[in-house]
Design a protein around this ligand. Structure first.
Ligand SMILES: Nc1nc2c(c(=O)[nH]1)N[C@H]1C(S)=C(S)[C@@H](COP(=O)(O)OP(=O)(O)OC[C@H]3O[C@@H](n4cnc5c(=O)[nH]c(N)nc54)[C@H](O)[C@@H]3O)O[C@H]1N2
Ligand SMILES: Nc1nc2c(c(=O)[nH]1)N[C@H]1C(S)=C(S)[C@@H](COP(=O)(O)OP(=O)(O)OC[C@H]3O[C@@H](n4cnc5c(=O)[nH]c(N)nc54)[C@H](O)[C@@H]3O)O[C@H]1N2
Ligand code: SF4
Ligand SMILES: [Mo]
Length: 729
């Protein structure tokens, strides 16, 4: 034992004296009895849903003496089947985090001062009425993390005030993917990885961008000898499991897919009968696709022609038990000008495999239809008649962008143009999580009213006029949610402990408070329990049972082997889209280059998830931040050869710069990244001063990206940027 750790006789006596003092205290206050009572406290196990990320896995919380002392995965929940990722444990610490907001606040002379809920509701309600009176309801924007409780209460409130201006995080997540699939199949499919023989993952890091069921399915498929190929500029966490990593130049997956389709057609490697029966526009597509030769694709993507042939051949040899994964954000979610077209091509190549609702192919998930409130007792507000102020779904503007999702990255610009006057932000941090810090700060500062509902002072909350605190997910009940999958189910997030900070309010109650103040209380004349009973009614499942189990299966299931009904305009798979044509875009997917082409000496900045963090918000959780520090996870990935040219060694500080931002960070020098790109993890670079652990740590890719929008799907072009890299001297 080292010298300092040896307890001296003097120290021991001192410690004994302190123990004596505690015993004396106990004699006076009965601490021992209290401790014994605590020890014997009843243990309760309550199922609910994790809030560590959007996957919302089922958890079972162990509660003792009013505190959550453990969480474990709910084995019955289809999203995670009993497993949890590390972030779930980090997220559970949020409830007891010292940075939490404890009551409503108002900004006065650039200081936040506590106010009462009555004052907050009255002032926000009055200001909203004034803004609606002066500028019309469309100038009020609601921005949120699109979960059912926020959709229901926020959506109903917006209807009640007559505004369609609703934005979700999709334009910085997966809007292009959904638009691409919408105009191909009428909806986004899922992959049946557990039964596949060949799986192609394009820009999907299954072990980093975690949804446990995706990872579980992929591993099951692999264990049954499926071949897994990962196309990514980076050797990501799918490549760790895959048989093969195929590096690609970022932003060029569309060229790869066009060439795969061409190869399949030229060699008759596609399912002709399936296409004849279920698709339209294939002849026109066939003509266009001839332009996309292997040599052409090799030059654009850097993938050798022979490898492209091999992928096309393997896919078709394993069809219909093969798929290209519908993916999430990485390659075609919201990153490049051509993302929606890449998504369309992913859909069409899958269609050529005839794999729709085939085992080991792609399938359309089923979900139970939930009930509604009785409208004779609970009047429903009418559908607003005004257009979405950001142009989503509006002819002549962004006709193909779903108006329920909108384009939140455009809001600061719309505030600048005087079109948006008030923003209500719930469970969303657009100031940090959309591109271009200064554009965001300048924009939100010009709004007449910014209200933010969060659990702590995010970057967006710092710019608010009013901050309204929610209790954390363990302290509130939300609405019953349908779960989609191979079979349907319903699930619920429910309160497992009393509020730690009694002056916080769940979002549902916050909305009701403001609505009442504005004279719209009639639209919210029900409790959340009454609403949940109504939602559950058609399923025949009792509210009590759902609360006991956390998740209950419903009767729907996917009919494998049968082509599902398609919800496109034509009712068929669309190789040729009339809707695209009407909107002024090519009805057949054609090659579209990325918007930015890095010049000599520049690098494309790509970025993505890490398995221990969610977006930019969990870095403020000390236990998760410690993992980052222990493993140097904040470093920027630079290719070994390039690093050598630049005189950069592993662990050196480097400067990353472009005309928007300059930042310093250590380098991770690795063979695992495409030479002309660098990779930053997306979880760092917080600048909100009250996020005391994450503030100022690491870099955020959004700082290097100029705000822009793709005209087809409205995506925020989050990887359309080039930077320079040099050694810090
Ligand atoms: N740990 C963790 N898990 C999460 C989340 C989280 O924040 N943290 N968030 C959840 C959410 S909301 C989402 S959207 C998903 C995202 O899940 P994913 O989409 O899988 O995650 P990303 O890391 O954004 O992107 C995946 C890969 O795309 C690659 N990529 C970038 N550009 C290109 C390109 O041009 N071509 C190709 N082929 N690949 C490219 C990146 O190198 C990265 O490896 O994760 C979900 N799960
Ligand atoms: N830098 C960076 N930007 C990103 C990403 C990234 O990984 N890094 N990912 C992109 C993707 S894929 C997506 S989906 C979006 C996600 O973007 P966001 O939806 O903004 O994601 P988060 O950062 O998880 O959470 C947003 C806010 O919700 C707050 N919050 C957490 N729990 C609660 C709660 O219980 N109630 C309330 N009211 N608020 C809560 C957090 O404190 C945070 O301020 O970001 C996109 N942009
Ligand atoms: S993937 Fe992890 S953080 Fe996300 S909901 Fe599931 S357990 Fe929680
Ligand atoms: Mo996302």
């Amino acid at each position: 034992m080292g010298e300092q750790r040896r307890i001296s006789r003097r120290a021991f006596l001192k410690a004994s004296a302190a123990t004596g003092a505690i015993l004396a205290v106990d004699f006076k206050f009965g601490m021992n009895k209290w401790a014994q009572a605590e020890e014997k406290g009843e243990i309760k196990k309550i199922p609910t849903l994790c809030n560590g990320c959007t996957s919302r896995c089922g958890i079972i919380a162990t509660v003792k003496n009013g505190r959550v002392i453990n969480i474990e995965g709910n084995p019955e929940h289809p999203t995670n089947k009993g497993t949890l990722c590390g972030r779930a444990y980090g997220a559970a610490m949020l409830t007891y985090h010292p940075d939490r907001l404890t009551g409503p606040m108002k900004r006065v002379d650039n200081q936040f001062v506590p106010i009462s809920w009555e004052q907050a509701n009255k002032e926000i309600g009055d200001k909203l009425k004034e803004i609606i009176g002066k500028y019309g309801p469309a100038s009020v924007m609601y921005m949120h993390n699109p979960k059912d409780v926020g959709k229901f209460y926020g959506g109903r409130f917006m209807k009640a005030i007559g505004s369609n201006s609703i934005q979700t995080h999709h334009s910085v997540c997966y809007i292009s993917r959904d638009v691409g699939f919408e105009y191909t199949f009428g909806r986004t499919p899922a992959a049946d990885s557990s039964s596949a023989k060949y799986m192609l993952y394009i820009g999907r890091s299954v072990g980093d961008g975690i949804k446990p069921s995706h990872l579980q399915g992929m591993i099951k498929g692999r264990d049954q000898k499926a071949k897994i190929v990962c196309v990514d500029p980076r050797h990501n966490a799918t490549a760790n499991i895959a048989d093969e990593w195929v590096p690609i130049k970022p932003g060029t997956d569309l060229a790869l897919l066009l060439a795969i389709a061409n190869t399949m057609i030229q060699n008759d490697w596609y399912d002709k009968a399936f296409i004849e029966q279920n698709a339209i526009g294939f002849e026109e597509f066939k003509k266009e696709i001839q332009n996309y030769t292997l040599d052409w694709a090799e030059k654009i993507t850097t993938i050798p022609a022979a490898k492209i042939i091999e992928i096309a051949k393997d896919l078709s040899a394993a069809k219909p038990h093969a798929f290209i994964d519908p993916s999430w954000k990485g390659a075609f979610g919201c990153n490049y000008m051509n993302s929606p077209e890449t998504a369309r091509m992913v859909g069409l190549v899958n269609a050529m495999l005839g794999n729709l609702n085939q085992k080991g192919g792609i399938y359309f998930a089923v979900e139970p239809e939930l009930g509604k409130l009785d409208s004779t007792k609970h009047p429903s507000p009418e559908k607003p008649k005004v257009d979405h102020i950001d142009g989503s779904g509006v002819k002549g503007q962004y006709p193909l962008v779903p108006s329920s999702k909108g384009m939140p990255h455009r809001t600061p610009g719309l505030i600048g143009e005087g079109k948006v006057k008030a923003v209500f932000i719930n469970h969303f941090n657009p100031v940090r999580n959309t591109p271009d810090r200064q554009y965001n700060i300048d924009g939100y500062k010009k709004a007449e009213l910014v209200v933010v509902c969060d659990i702590w002072m995010s970057e967006s909350a710092e710019l608010a006029h009013y901050v309204l605190p929610e209790p954390t997910y363990l302290e509130r009940t939300e609405i019953v949610e349908p779960l989609s999958g191979k079979t349907g189910a319903v699930t619920i997030r429910q309160q497992v402990i009393d509020k730690v900070h009694p002056n916080t309010k769940p979002f549902s109650e916050i909305i009701i408070g403001i609505a009442k103040e504005m004279g719209l209380g009639q639209y919210f004349n029900f409790t959340i329990d009454e609403l949940n009973e109504a939602l559950l009614k058609p399923t025949g499942i009792s509210y009590k049972e759902l609360k006991e189990k956390g998740v209950v299966k419903t009767k729907e299931s996917v009919e494998f082997g049968k082509v599902p009904k398609l919800k496109t305009e034509s009712g068929k798979i669309e190789f040729y889209s009339e809707a695209y044509k009407k909107a002024g875009f090519s009805p057949i997917p054609v090659w579209l280059a990325p918007k930015v082409e890095p010049k000599q000496g520049e690098y494309r900045l790509i970025w993505g998830k890490q398995n221990v963090h969610s977006h930019s918000s969990t870095a403020n959780i000390p236990q998760l931040m410690q993992v980052t520090k222990d493993y140097n996870l904040e470093r920027v990935w630079i290719n070994t050869k390039k690093a050598k040219e630049l005189g950069i060694k592993d662990g050196d500080f480097v400067i990353i710069e472009n005309n928007l931002f300059k930042g310093k960070i250590r380098a991770k020098v690795t063979e695992r990244i495409f030479p002309d790109a660098i990779f930053l993890p997306g979880g760092y670079g917080a600048f909100a001063k009250n996020l005391k652990i994450s503030n100022g740590f690491g870099l955020c890719p959004n700082d290097f990206v100029k705000t822009g929008t793709d005209p087809i799907s409205g995506n925020g072009l989050m990887m359309e940027t080039a930077v320079t890299v040099r050694k810090d001297v």
